[in-house]
Design a protein around this ligand. Structure first.
Ligand code: ATP
Ligand code: MG
Length: 329
């Protein structure tokens, strides 16, 4: 049985919601391998893939809400204030009385890859429940966006399932960003949760290898074909600085080759991209225009330090689009 709608619900159906980790991010100031010696760090920056995503939805004027937990500490305040300021409904963020806010330490290697130390499962971020405010938010939502990283949180899967069935019962839609991190792969039952999400995704937003992990097959064309056969609606593949590709019905494909920018901090680009693509589609724009706007948000994001520092509002996005050179194919 397929559960897909194969359409992305319009804004009028209700807010875009997400479920998952809210974290502070603390970044190494120098590139190198991991955290085995004392070093300069900068932070806290508000972070967590679902939080970055939902903040970008709100900055573009989309109704947005998040189900998550923070601690009763400054790190929690940093996050709640940022989300609230940008227009996210924070009513379903619980405050844990006894666990600190989650965190991620990140250091870039010289080749651009990253090492993380996550404190999620045993922090406030690791205790997500279907609280009464979460139920209220779910009951009015029009779209659910799921980040694969949320499946590392025990109990998040139940909240996600509840959100998907509720939204589906009103004709709403679902998107999925696999967002696999090697540090998180050992925990939880990722494979079967991935399968459920693929069966549900009206929009799939993999980056790089995640396309093959999701499809269970190598090669871009076979992977896209396999996913579409399983009922996935739109597939938008993120390619870092090389832009992104849209794969739609009956072989329809758009390639966007990206913008030339000076990359300062790539963390958050994928979330800014996904949120902008989804919100543009929910606002009624077509896939080709949405792809370019999403790539602009991703490119804008990497020019600033901190995952949520460079999340453009509509005016900043339009200005970026009209002033920045596109990369040649
Ligand atoms: P994340 O690391 O946040 O999970 P991701 O791997 O999901 O990100 P990316 O492909 O890195 O996603 O970035 C998303 C989009 O942002 C890209 O498809 C591209 O359009 C844009 N982008 C990312 N990095 C750059 C860059 N250095 N220059 C220009 N555009 C970029
Ligand atoms: Mg990336």
């Amino acid at each position: 049985m397929t559960v897909h709608n194969r359409h992305i619900a319009p804004e009028s159906l209700g807010p875009t919601i997400t479920v998952g980790e809210i974290l502070v991010e603390i970044m190494a100031s120098t590139a190198g391998s991991g955290f085995k010696e004392p070093q300069a760090l900068i932070g806290p920056f508000p972070s967590g893939a679902p939080a970055i995503f939902i903040d970008q939805v709100a900055r573009l004027g989309g109704a947005a809400g998040i189900i998550a937990t923070v601690g009763a500490d400054d790190f929690g305040t940093v996050n709640i204030e940022r989300l609230r300021q940008d227009g996210v409904d924070t009513s379903a963020i619980s405050i844990s009385p006894d666990r600190p806010t989650g965190s991620a330490f990140v250091r870039y290697r010289d080749d651009g890859s990253r090492d993380f130390i996550f404190n999620i499962m045993h922090s406030a971020a690791g205790s997500i429940t279907l609280s009464p405010p979460a139920e209220t938010l779910i009951a009015k939502a029009g779209h659910v966006h799921v980040m694969g990283s949320a499946f590392a949180i025990p109990g998040a899967d139940k909240v996600i399932d509840a959100a998907i069935s509720s939204v589906r019962s009103r004709g709403g839609s679902v998107s999925f960003d696999p967002n696999v991190r090697k540090e998180l792969l050992g925990s939880g039952n990722f494979r079967s949760q991935f399968e459920t999400m693929i069966r549900n995704a009206d929009l799939l937003l993999p980056s790089g290898e995640e396309l093959f992990v999701a499809a269970g097959t190598d090669g871009e064309a076979p992977a896209v074909k396999a996913l579409r056969a399983r009922g996935v609606g739109e597939i938008v593949l993120k390619r870092g600085k090389r832009g992104a590709t849209f794969f739609g019905e009956s072989g329809l494909r758009y390639d966007f080759h990206g913008f030339e920018v000076n990359e300062v901090d790539p963390t958050g680009a994928g979330d800014a991209f996904g949120a902008t693509y989804l919100t543009s589609r929910r606002q009624g724009l077509g896939p080709e225009v949405s792809l370019e706007r999403a790539a602009a948000a991703g490119a804008y994001n990497v020019t600033q330090m901190g995952p949520m520092t460079g999340l453009p509002d509509i005016a900043q996005l339009d200005f970026f689009l009209s002033t920045n050179p596109r990369r040649a194919a």
